[in-house]
Design a protein around this ligand. Structure first.
Ligand code: SF4
Ligand code: SF4
Length: 372
């Protein structure tokens, strides 16, 4: 038993009494052995329960908690206004309470309540995430991390990332129009990225403009850090623009917009995986995917599409790629087809899994352990 295991059981024994802990120890010992050790040749372990309830989450936590220590951030997605498919706060609450965790998120790239810290936190609370502190990681700015990947020489994340020692990443597994599916990889790549980081993954050029809308308030000109904007008419100098995305958020009449179609789906997928790889190397992280209300679109959409498959369960793993592959397989199995996301979104989920594994983010081979 290593120090982490020792401390885990010591805390449980002091808190709940010896007999209760002995029972849990006997029950979970076969799982705990796998959770705490794995040789390179073994498939990664993915724990699964059909029980989509707070109790289901509680049953998974001891199996994947050994990476978590210190000040713990619980990465979630609070759901866009009008969306109802995001993870139920009742499933997040047990993890937040067990680890005294802070709910962490970043502001989004496009204009919505989730673009601005104050309205983002207000919306989160309206959506039921009112049981733990909330930290919008890029509220105080961003932080550039040097990188050497195919697409990036740096990744841009929320500055407050540094306040945490480890992260539990709880993700809603569902479809996504650009990457086929969106799960844990997307939750840590887009989800920890600052606005500028999101812009770097999504766009290959400067923001789009609709100059005719301009009311000449001059806010964009004042706030552009690249001194790239000239007015009358509105124009961005591509040689000066650093892709921070600030103009999109400050303009009161939405002259600026994200050039979504400037980057093809395969490139966005590679960029997501590379951001996830760099970010996951910065702190210990462990992952839980909730396979419920699985819609074709992500939770950033203001309307919620009806699920295209019945609810499946909750899965957890230390290996993000194994977890995503297991989630992908379970959706396909439930529908009896080979690639559900290709069918509903016309974008296969397989390139994301293949690229993630090829850059060493994790291993797609896994063993599913059903604890239901
Ligand atoms: S994206 Fe940033 S640098 Fe580029 S024009 Fe907008 S505010 Fe300026
Ligand atoms: S912020 Fe928008 S409205 Fe104001 S000057 Fe810039 S483009 Fe025009």
């Amino acid at each position: 038993m290593n120090d982490l295991e020792y401390n885990f059981w010591k805390r449980r024994i002091s808190r709940r009494g010896f007999l209760a802990s002995l029972g849990t120890l006997i029950f979970s010992a076969p799982f705990a052995r796998h959770a705490f050790s794995k040789t390179p040749d073994e498939p990664s372990l993915v724990y699964f329960t059909r029980d989509i309830s707070p109790q289901g989450v509680k049953s998974l936590l001891p199996l994947v908690k050994n990476k978590l220590h210190g000040n713990i951030g619980l990465k979630v997605h609070f759901g866009e206004e009008g969306n109802t498919n995001f993870i139920s706060p009742e499933l997040v609450r047990p993890a937040a309470e067990a680890f005294k965790a802070t709910l962490v998120e970043t502001n989004v790239l496009y204009v919505s309540k989730r673009r601005y810290t104050e309205s983002h936190i207000k919306l989160a609370k309206e959506h039921g995430f009112d049981f733990a502190p909330i930290d919008i990681l890029d509220a105080g700015g961003d932080k550039f991390i040097p990188a050497k990947t195919k697409h990036f020489s740096e990744v841009r994340i929320g500055k407050n990332f540094d306040n945490y020692d480890s992260f539990l990443v709880m993700s809603h597994f569902k479809g996504h129009m650009l990457s086929g599916f969106g799960g844990a990889i997307k939750n840590i790549s887009m989800g920890f990225a600052s606005v500028a980081g999101k812009m770097a993954m999504h766009a290959s050029t400067v923001p789009r403009t609709s100059p005719d809308k301009c009311i000449l308030c001059r806010e964009c000109e004042k706030q552009c850090p690249g001194d790239a904007i000239t007015l009358e008419p509105v124009r961005i100098d591509p040689a000066k623009c650093i892709g921070c995305g600030k103009c999109i958020g400050v303009c009161p009449v939405q002259v600026y917009d994200v050039p979504w179609s400037s980057t093809a789906s395969p490139v966005v997928v590679e960029r997501l995986c590379e951001y996830a790889q760099v970010i996951s190397s910065l702190r210990p992280m462990t992952y839980i995917n909730v396979l419920a209300k699985i819609s074709k679109d992500c939770d950033c959409m203001s309307g919620a599409h009806a699920p295209f498959v019945n609810d499946i369960g909750i899965a957890a793993s230390h290996d993000i790629v194994a977890l995503e592959k297991a989630s992908f397989d379970m959706v396909n199995k439930k529908l009896g087809i080979k690639d559900a996301f290709l069918k509903v979104n016309n974008v296969s989920g397989r390139p994301q899994l293949r690229y993630a594994e090829s850059i060493g983010l994790g291993a797609a081979s896994y063993k599913l352990i059903d604890i239901s």
